[in-house]
Design a protein around this ligand. Structure first.
Ligand code: FAD
Length: 384
């Protein structure tokens, strides 16, 4: 039976789409407002990273809505880390027991699949190019901007779910309320995506079923495979100092640096200098805040509640787990929003705080310790 409460999900990204499906399955009518145009019909960049590592908590959430098998067909299992040292020597660390893996998936492809599913539900309405500007928290009145018409208007949903990402406008409105705790911290490092195209015969130029790492002490590069035979590399690098994004100013400097530091892969990156200068440099932020809800009328989740740095590959996975936990609470407490939201934030906050801290720590491990023979030995002992 359809329920009368009017629910709005702000943000049609990975978490917003999945959440809208869960809410629709519970019998609610849901409006999803997404700032950007429909990515299935426009050639816009998928967002922050081209591919993502999907792990167990993410798969569990996708199983619930029946798309895990479809996504698995276009996902690449990565059974191990492959570390490349400066002389091109390789070492290996399995991600789990025999057959266990994390998976490389396309962010755009996954978002599109979720949008298709949402669109197929008669009780979900998708509204693209509709941007949240501000929420009047006391009344739940939301000021929206229609980006296609350039016009502002207002809506007043019964319940607002904020899945509008790390720079959430809903959260910004909550920040102005009494006793709302908020902290954000940036790393001194940024990231840049570079690419290794497929070989002429369409095959992968590095081991396909692996996550590749070039740990270099103060910085590192990683590469995840794509289904078209290419790899997307991400260089995590200081913004300032030497070397840094700032210090490499010419094509010759970029080539010289890569040839010295990443010698086994530079020849596989024909567009290196162009990509280095033309692709955006992203920043890396951790956001912690609390409470995530207000009076049973507003709930933050996904990156809007807990943005983390990507070194554990768990941001999206944690956002999907938010949806799984929320789904259980929706079933248990049927429309008692205040109870649902309070329980949700109490259950989830310690977990997301922990992964936020682990993610920062894992940067040190990945860029530095995975190259350290003592660490490799320790891992060997642990995995026995
Ligand atoms: P988002 O994906 O940011 O989606 C938010 C949506 O809201 C967007 O569609 C946006 O357009 C929309 N929006 C924003 N503002 C408004 C507004 N005012 N009004 C309306 N709509 C709005 N996670 C993993 O699990 N595995 C990985 O391997 C991984 N790798 C990563 C690599 C990098 C370099 C980075 C930066 C992140 C990575 N993450 C990874 C984290 C992951 O990208 C995020 O945790 C995930 O995208 C969060 O999903 P979300 O839906 O909460 O937010």
């Amino acid at each position: 039976m359809e329920k009368n409460t009017q629910l709005s999900v702000m943000g049609g990204g990975l978490v917003g789409c999945l959440l809208s499906l869960y809410l629709a399955k519970q019998g609610y009518r849901v409006d999803v407002y997404e700032r950007r145009p429909d990515l299935r019909r426009t050639d816009i960049p998928a967002g922050r990273s081209i591919n993502l590592a999907l792990s167990d908590r993410g798969w569990r959430a996708l199983e619930t809505i029946g798309i895990s098998e479809d996504i698995k067909k276009v996902a690449i299992p990565m059974y191990r880390r492959v570390m490349h040292d400066k002389s091109g020597h390789l070492s290996f660390q399995p991600y789990g027991q025999e057959g266990q893996a994390i998976y490389s998936v396309s962010r755009g492809g996954l978002n599109q699949a979720l949008l298709d599913l949402a669109e197929a539900q008669p009780t979900i309405s998708l509204h693209f190019q509709q941007q949240v500007l501000e929420v009047e928290v006391a009344s739940n009145k939301v000021t929206m901007l229609d980006n296609s018409a350039g016009q502002e208007y207002q809506i007043t949903p019964d319940v607002i779910f904020a899945a509008d990402g790390a720079f959430s406008m809903v959260r910004l409105s909550l920040q102005k309320t009494d006793r709302f705790n908020y902290e954000q911290s940036y790393l001194d490092y940024g990231y840049k995506e570079l690419s290794i195209p497929a070989a002429a015969d369409g095959s992968w130029q590095l081991e396909k079923n692996a996550l590749h790492i070039w740990p270099r002490g103060q910085y590192m590069m990683i590469a995840l495979p794509n289904i078209d035979g290419s790899f997307t590399c991400t260089l995590f690098f200081p913004f300032e100092g030497d070397p840094s994004f700032q210090s490499l100013k010419t094509e010759a400097q970029v080539h010289g640096f890569f040839q010295e530091i990443f010698p086994d892969v530079t020849a596989l990156m024909p567009e290196l200098a162009q990509e280095f200068f033309e692709n955006p440099t992203g920043s890396l932020v951790t956001v912690k805040c609390f409470p995530w809800s207000n009076a049973g009328k507003i709930l933050l989740l996904g990156d809007a509640a807990h943005a983390i740095v990507p070194f554990y590959g768990q941001g999206m996975n944690a956002g999907f787990e938010d949806c799984t936990v929320l789904r259980g609470l929706l079933e248990e407490h049927q429309g008692e929003w205040e109870t649902i939201f309070k329980t949700f934030q109490e259950v989830r906050k310690p977990n997301t705080d922990a992964i936020a801290d682990l993610a920062v720590y894992n940067f040190i491990e990945m860029r530095d310790k995975v190259a350290d023979p003592r660490f490799l030995l320790q891992k060997k002992i642990e995995s026995k």
